[in-house]
Design a protein around this ligand. Structure first.
Ligand SMILES: Nc1nc2c(c(=O)[nH]1)N[C@H]1C(S)=C(S)[C@@H](COP(=O)(O)O)O[C@H]1N2
Ligand SMILES: [Mo]
Length: 380
């Protein structure tokens, strides 16, 4: 008998706190306006599925290593669980997060801003699984394959979800075969019984329902890194195609929310910001549509791979509509852009997007519930 309930192929429960975008398969967002603190609770954490959640019998499940290594190997869940556990905190963001805000509509799931979350992932460093094995010197990449499969437009028959990583990236100690999320065994939707976590990269690299890792001697040309999840790049050598990989710096204002009405006065503006495998060096806030910026207070842990939380005190007296913006700056100095790069198509959507709030000064406007007045800001 399996010690884990069978995976549920049906859509999310009606009482899920996630914001449902599609139901079959489930694609749902983290409710960011409800995000408190640094960690996203598992039940609120966005889900991005290409196919139905596979039903996996834990007793029969194996993680198989194949290809350019001296001998094929397989691991049961309890074997992985008995190995030294490594925990990484990492923000996962879907490369298509924010797609619905693009001026030029792009195909794919029409995400709002909530295809992002921050969690603790624990399991086994992938490289511990290959320790003491000979990797053939021809090995170039490792293909991580999920147990899910289905149809994708333009392809005949069913395909599996699979993504590759360069050898050195896959063998970094922080590349983890996660068995747990926020301290609990993975839920079916997040990849039970085991998933890869590739911290610092867009979520697509973190293959769920991990079934195999194949060492190959040539670049992998799977659907999810040739047809999908690629961006165009131009250089003096011409046009090329790049696989979506490292997350770019980005921030979001999570409170107040777009279209909210506030009373004139001082308000906390709160948000999140992340920068791939780098830490966030600073976040800036603008209340005049991006003409002037000031640094905000970072209120969360500042860890590589993870978002931090931030807040600014905004003092406003002028009635009417105000456009609020934030931008993240990574530790290497990369600044979140103001415009979407059209070469990115429907991916890597990290431009600063204004949220608009209405300020009223009269007594008849509706104040935000439990809104503490913040202390006056120090203007520079
Ligand atoms: N096997 C498998 N792994 C997958 C996917 C999938 O559809 N199948 N989706 C990927 C994408 S695009 C993202 S953004 C993340 C989302 O992880 P989550 O659903 O746990 O938030 O899983 C990735 N891993
Ligand atoms: Mo994604």
């Amino acid at each position: 008998m399996s010690s884990v309930a069978p995976a549920n192929p049906v859509p999310p429960p009606a009482d899920s706190p996630r914001k449902i975008v599609t139901t079959a398969p489930e694609n749902s967002e983290t409710p960011l306006d409800a995000q408190r603190g640094w960690i996203t609770p598992t039940e609120s954490f966005f889900v991005r599925n290409h196919f139905a959640v596979p039903q996996i019998d834990l007793a029969a499940w194996r993680l198989r290593l194949t290809g350019c290594i001296d001998s094929a190997a397989e691991f049961r869940w309890d074997e992985l669980d008995a190995m030294p556990q490594r925990s990484v905190f990492a923000t996962l963001e879907c490369a298509g997060n924010g797609r619905s805000y693009l001026e030029q509509r792009a195909a794919g799931v029409q995400w709002g801003r909530g295809a992002v979350g921050n969690a603790e992932w624990s399991g086994v460093s992938f490289r511990d699984l290959v320790e003491n094995r000979q990797i053939d010197e021809r090995a170039l990449e490792i293909v991580f394959q999920g147990a899910d499969q289905g149809r994708e437009g333009g392809v005949e028959g069913e395909i599996s979800f699979a993504r590759s990583l360069p050898l050195d990236v896959a063998l970094h100690p922080d590349t983890v075969v996660a068995l747990r999320m926020n301290g609990e065994p993975l839920t079916p939707g997040h990849g039970r019984p085991a998933r890869l976590i590739m911290p610092g990269w867009y979520g697509v690299a973190s293959v769920k329902w991990l079934a195999g890792a194949a060492f190959i001697d040539r670049p992998f040309d799977g659907y999810f890194q040739t047809v999908k999840y690629t961006v165009e790049r131009h250089s003096s050598f011409g046009k090329s195609c790049e696989i979506v990989a490292a997350m770019r710096p980005k921030s979001e204002i999570i409170r107040p929310v777009h279209a909210e009405t506030l009373k004139a006065g001082r308000h906390y503006v709160e948000g999140i910001a992340w920068a791939g495998s780098e830490t966030v060096a600073a976040v800036e806030f603008s209340c005049d549509g991006g003409c002037s910026w000031r640094r905000v207070e970072l209120t969360g842990p500042q860890e590589p791979y993870c978002w931090t939380t931030w807040r600014a005190c905004w003092e406003v007296s002028a009635e009417g509509k105000h456009a609020l913006l934030s931008r993240a700056i990574s530790s290497s100095g990369e600044v979140q852009p103001m415009r979407h790069d059209p070469l990115n198509g429907g991916y890597i959507i990290n431009f600063s997007r204004p949220i608009e709030v209405t300020v009223c000064a009269r007594g008849d406007c509706w104040p935000r519930a439990s809104d503490p007045q913040c202390p006056p800001a120090h203007h520079s």
